[in-house]
Write a protein that binds this ligand. Structure first.
Ligand SMILES: Cc1ncc(COP(=O)(O)O)c(C=O)c1O
Length: 390
């Protein structure tokens, strides 16, 4: 690519500097691989932070986006358009019957913003309960229920009151969720917080206690949805149904799309015009979402995650390195916790082995490969991890 170094430089220098950027320019992706401007091939276990479940350049999503771009790209929600109905129908058909009202947005944090507002509108209560190490997004509302103090504290005051409880602690849950609580918001597997799956006991107690107290249970499946954990949606592992389910990342097949899906009476509690978004539910994202959901359904990619995930974790556990504290995860959402900082190893995986991974907290290497990844490529990832850790 002509002048790629100048483009990389422009991105780095004209950017706000909020992100620590890698020193490479990614120009193309296909399946579980991406290529930089010099033609180097990488195995992509970043997976667009969990967007690329169906693989980069998924042909069915690409075709749907092309077709829709030629037909109609923008149309606000006051003007119905065919792809919106199609998307709502396709999504709700895959969910339990009570989750039958859809509010479309453009990102994960917006899906949680919507969920929090619907919860307040429905219950008439103010308080939220969230989990320590939980991550819900960076806009002011979602940030209020995100735990990490370094993300939250520079921006106080945020939405109040919020009470944080230790994840997987049923007794703390019983103490925190009360008659003042609008909603409890949880990730079924904490992603950003270090890849920590919920226990069955914890999520089932969360369901029962919120019912008992008249609070709503919001499950944030922005990272765990769309087959990632070995089921279509992670709540299926736990035998519970939330009051509001938030999805984003992979649901648009690569196009920005988020949704809050809820029970009908919750939807009805929001006053007309009480929430809104210009781009949310745009035909382009809706067409991409329909194609992504249909592809997931036809290929049953969650079964691949259920098969490859445990195998991959077992292979990582076999690496004889005293630096490894634990390997954990659910499906193809995998974290390898070290006894030391993860960043230098993540850098070496990229530079020495052309394997892209991401961090989850200071000591965890996180793997979110596209679910279409070949087993041979995961074997190469294991070998690369072995090489940097032993
Ligand atoms: C569980 C969870 N919730 C919310 C978000 C925020 O999503 P977005 O970055 O699309 O706003 C993320 C993103 O990493 C996430 O993992």
């Amino acid at each position: 690519m002509e002048d790629w170094r100048a483009l990389l430089e422009a991105e780095k220098t004209l950017d706000t500097g909020v992100y620590t950027k890698h020193d490479l320019l990614i120009v193309r992706g296909q399946g579980a691989k991406v290529w930089d401007a010099e033609g180097n091939e990488y195995i992509d276990c970043v997976g667009g932070y969990g967007v690329a479940n169906l693989g980069h350049g998924n042909p069915e999503v690409v075709e749907a986006v092309k077709r829709q771009a030629e037909t109609l790209m923008a149309m606000p929600q006051t003007l119905p358009t065919p792809m919106r109905g199609e998307f709502y129908r396709t999504l709700t058909a895959l969910l339990p019957p009570e989750l039958n009202r859809v509010f479309p947005v453009n990102s994960g944090t917006e899906a949680n913003e919507a969920a929090l507002k619907f919860a307040r509108a429905h219950t008439g209560r103010k308080k939220f309960v969230a989990a320590m190490r939980g991550f819900s997004g960076r806009t002011m509302g979602s940030l209020s229920v995100t735990w990490e103090p370094k993300y939250r504290e520079p921006f106080l005051p945020l939405v109040e009151p919020v009470e944080f409880i230790p994840y997987n602690d049923v007794e703390a849950l019983k103490r925190a969720v009360d008659e003042e609580t609008a909603a409890l918001i949880l990730e079924p597997v904490q992603g950003e917080g270090g890849v920590r799956p919920a226990t069955k006991e914890f999520l089932q107690a969360a369901r029962e206690i919120t019912w008992e107290k008249g609070a709503l249970l919001i499950l944030d499946e922005i990272q765990t949805g769309m087959g990632r954990t070995g089921r279509r949606f992670a709540f299926e592992h736990y035998g519970i149904v939330p009051d509001i389910l938030t999805l984003a990342k992979a649901i648009g097949g690569g196009v920005p799309l988020g949704v809050a899906v809820m029970r009908e009476e919750i939807a009805r509690s929001m006053p007309k015009g009480g929430h809104g978004t210009t781009f949310g539910g745009n035909p382009l994202a809706m067409a991409a979402g329909v194609a992504a959901l249909r592809y997931l359904e036809r290929t049953r990619l969650w079964e691949r995650a259920a098969e490859l995930g445990p195998w991959f974790m077992e292979k990582l556990r076999e690496i004889p390195s005293p630096k490894i504290r634990e390997v954990r995860g659910l499906g193809l959402m995998v974290g390898l916790e070290l006894k030391e900082k993860a960043a230098p190893y993540i850098a070496r995986l990229e530079k020495e082995h052309r394997v892209l991974t991401l961090q989850a907290g200071p000591t965890v290497i996180r793997f979110l490969p596209p679910l279409v990844i070949q087993k041979e490529d995961l074997e190469r990832v294991v070998e690369a991890v072995r090489a940097v850790l032993t």
